[in-house]
Each structure stands twice: as structure tokens, then as C-alpha cells.
Design a protein around this ligand. Structure first.
Ligand code: SAM
Ligand code: DTB
Ligand code: SF4
Length: 332
């Protein structure tokens, strides 16, 4: 095992020009497992209390019928999945769900809509939802697809804290997964969000048949966003019958952990969220993810359309690991 440079350097080091190269991130992801985790833990402890976990709750405010062809997504109209579609929820319903999420201990409420992008009439309704969530004292997040000029500013004026818009996979793999929009489109929306002064939540999905080098390329791209995202959700593909990616060979769980560790090392101060796929993970695997720098999860029994662990199970897991959920108003 001949890795002295990495062995001695467990601190967070940005390359001199502030940009990560694919080669550097590949060197990280290829490290012996113990070296990689040691280094990620060092970075995590320099920036966060490793015994805390931030909880975000998701609500699908508009489900299914989406025009896009994202190969992983059960909500694309063109795939025949067994989800129940519904139009934009009423404001009261959303507020009631947000209140429950707050009572259960979530600090952030994330509203997701199966749109290529919001029409103005829909955005007007989402604006009211954002205001209502903020009135409960929670952090607000929305993921509505691509935004037109001016829409990010409207969300910002309503008090939106975070906008989630993922780069999803390596640039060179994107077209194999999605053909109805490009990563350049995604980057354009991320710019609008940033320019409006909204915090960026941006991550991706692994387990879609990509190579380890492509996972490193995705992390490199996220880490090189200026600035890197405040929240980085790392999703493990949830295979849903009827989507083109069903039947993909499952990712080796240790590869998932390596991806989390690289996200932590390259984006030291980001909330790295262990996102979709937790329902299929053992407690031990999740513990490894926390040891590797994950410090946030989606909390609540549903993601958007698929299952997430039961809240009782999660609370018991945090207790076993001696982890405490962060409180509202006390952001770690
Ligand atoms: N339509 C908007 C968009 O695409 O940005 C917002 C909702 S979309 C469902 C949000 C994110 O969910 C996607 O970018 C993807 O990362 C994630 N996602 C969707 N289906 C998934 C699946 N089956 N497994 C894991 N992550 C998934
Ligand atoms: C993100 O990166 N993951 C969440 C959230 N952002 C919107 C969505 C996961 C969706 C998993 C599949 C589903 O439940 O439909
Ligand atoms: Fe699913 Fe979003 Fe793609 Fe629509 S744009 S198919 S909701 S991931």
C-alpha cells in the first residue's frame, strides 16, 4: 500500500487553482477503502460535529405525468409505472404535511413537482406554499425542474431557502440516461438559482450502470460549481418497474460509500445527504455512510413516490449511533 501523500494528508485541501481535476478525484475514489474513509472523516470533523444529522422531509406536490424521459424516473409519463398521478396539491394539504414534518423533527421541507419546468400559474401557487412553509419556521426547498428567467427571483421573494436541481450523472453519461434536456440546461437553471440568491441543492444518482470513473467525474463537476452546492444529495437508484433502468446490476454498496466520501472531501462544508435508496440499505451500510461524511437524510416514510425508512426505524438508528438530529434554527 504505497499512498504516503494521502496517508499523511487527511485535511481538506483545495487544489491551488480552486478546481478539482478528474484525475485527482479519481485518485481519491481509487484509494484503499480505509485511507479514503480516514481522509473523509478528517474533513468531516474539521467542518461539522459528526454526531449530528440534519433531517429534510419531502413531499411530492405534483406527481407523475412528466414530459421528460429521465431513465430512472417513475414519474415520466412515457413509462408505465404503478404510481398514482395527481395534479398540484392544494395549499392546505401542503401546509398540513409540513406541520407534521416539523412535529416529527424535520428542519427542512422540500416540495417536489414532476414538471419539466413550472408554468407561471403553477409557480404562483408554489410561491404561496413557500410562504406558508416559511411561516412555520422551517427551511424551505423546492424542486420544480427548469426555471425561466424571473422565476427564481419570484421564489426568492417568497422566502425560498434552497432549490434542488441535480446534475444527476457524469456529463459524458447524461445522454445515455436523458434525451429530452441536456446537462447544459440544468446548469443554466442552477445559474439562475444562484444569481437569485437561493442556496443550491445539487447532487446526483449512482447505480445507473455508470463506471467508478464516471462517479468521480460527477463529483468533480459538482465540486467545481462556483461555489460548490450547499447541499449535495447522493441518491442510490431506486429501481421502479416500468422505468428503463430497472434491471440494472445493483451497485456494490461499498462503491456508494466511496462516492459519499469523495463528496465530503471535495465539498467540505456542504450538507452531504444520504438520499434515495436508504430503504434498501442496512443499518450497517448507512452507518458507514455517516462515517464517510454524510450528515443529512430524507426523513419521513416516503420520498416522492417510493418508500423511505419508517421514522421509528430511523430514530432508533440515530439512537444506536449516538447521532442527534439538528434542531430548527440551530444549523450545524
Ligand atoms: N422534475 C424535477 C427535476 O427533475 O429536477 C424535480 C423532481 S425529480 C424527481 C428530482 C430528482 O429525484 C432527480 O433529479 C433525481 O436525482 C431523483 N430521482 C428521481 N427518480 C429517482 C430514482 N428512481 N432513484 C433515485 N433518485 C431518483
Ligand atoms: C433528490 O436528490 N432526491 C429526492 C429529492 N432530491 C427531490 C428525490 C428522490 C426520488 C426517489 C424516487 C421517488 O421516490 O420517486
Ligand atoms: Fe422525473 Fe424530474 Fe425527469 Fe420529470 S424531469 S422525468 S420528474 S426526474
Amino acid at each position: 500500500m504505497d499512498q504516503p501523500a494521502f496517508k499523511q494528508d487527511h485535511t481538506s485541501r483545495l487544489p491551488a487553482n480552486n478546481l478539482w481535476t478528474i484525475q485527482t478525484v479519481e485518485a481519491l475514489i481509487n484509494l484503499p477503502f480505509s485511507e479514503l474513509i480516514f481522509r473523509a472523516q478528517g474533513v468531516h470533523r474539521e467542518n461539522f460535529d459528526p454526531t449530528t444529522v440534519q433531517l429534510s422531509t419531502l413531499l411530492s406536490i405534483k406527481t407523475g405525468g412528466c414530459s421528460e424521459d429521465c431513465g430512472y424516473c417513475p414519474q415520466a409519463a412515457r413509462y408505465h409505472t404503478r404510481i398514482s398521478n395527481h395534479q398540484l396539491l392544494a395549499l392546505d394539504t401542503v401546509v398540513a404535511e409540513a406541520r407534521v414534518a416539523k412535529e416529527n423533527g424535520a428542519t427542512r421541507f422540500c416540495m417536489g413537482a414532476a414538471w419539466r419546468g413550472p408554468k407561471q400559474a403553477d409557480l404562483d401557487k408554489v410561491v404561496e406554499m413557500v410562504k406558508a412553509v416559511k411561516a412555520l419556521g422551517m427551511e424551505s426547498c423546492a424542486t420544480l425542474g427548469m426555471l425561466n428567467d424571473g422565476q427564481a427571483e419570484q421564489l426568492k421573494s417568497a422566502g425560498l431557502d434552497y432549490y434542488n436541481h441535480n446534475l444527476d450523472t457524469a456529463p459524458e453519461y447524461y445522454e445515455s440516461i436523458i434525451s429530452t434536456h441536456t446537462q447544459a440546461d440544468r446548469l443554466a437553471t442552477l445559474n439562475k438559482v444562484k444569481n437569485a440568491g437561493i442556496h443550491v441543492c445539487c447532487g446526483g444518482i449512482v447505480g445507473m450502470g455508470e463506471t467508478r470513473a464516471q462517479r468521480a467525474a460527477m463529483i468533480t463537476q459538482l465540486a467545481n460549481l462556483e461555489p460548490y452546492p450547499e447541499s449535495v444529495p447522493i441518491n442510490n437508484l431506486v429501481q421502479v418497474e416500468g422505468t428503463p433502468l430497472t434491471g440494472t446490476i445493483d451497485l456494490d454498496p461499498l462503491e456508494f460509500v466511496r462516492t459519499i466520501a469523495c463528496a465530503r472531501i471535495t465539498m467540505p462544508k456542504a450538507m452531504v445527504r444520504l438520499s434515495a435508496g436508504r430503504q434498501q440499505m442496512s443499518d450497517e451500510l448507512q452507518a458507514l455512510c455517516f462515517l464517510s461524511g454524510a450528515n443529512s437524510v430524507f426523513f419521513g416514510e416516503k420520498l416522492l413516490t417510493t418508500d423511505n425508512p419508517q421514522t421509528d426505524h430511523d430514530l432508533a438508528l440515530f439512537k444506536k449511533l449516538g447521532m442527534t438530529p439538528t434542531q430548527l434554527g440551530v444549523t450545524s
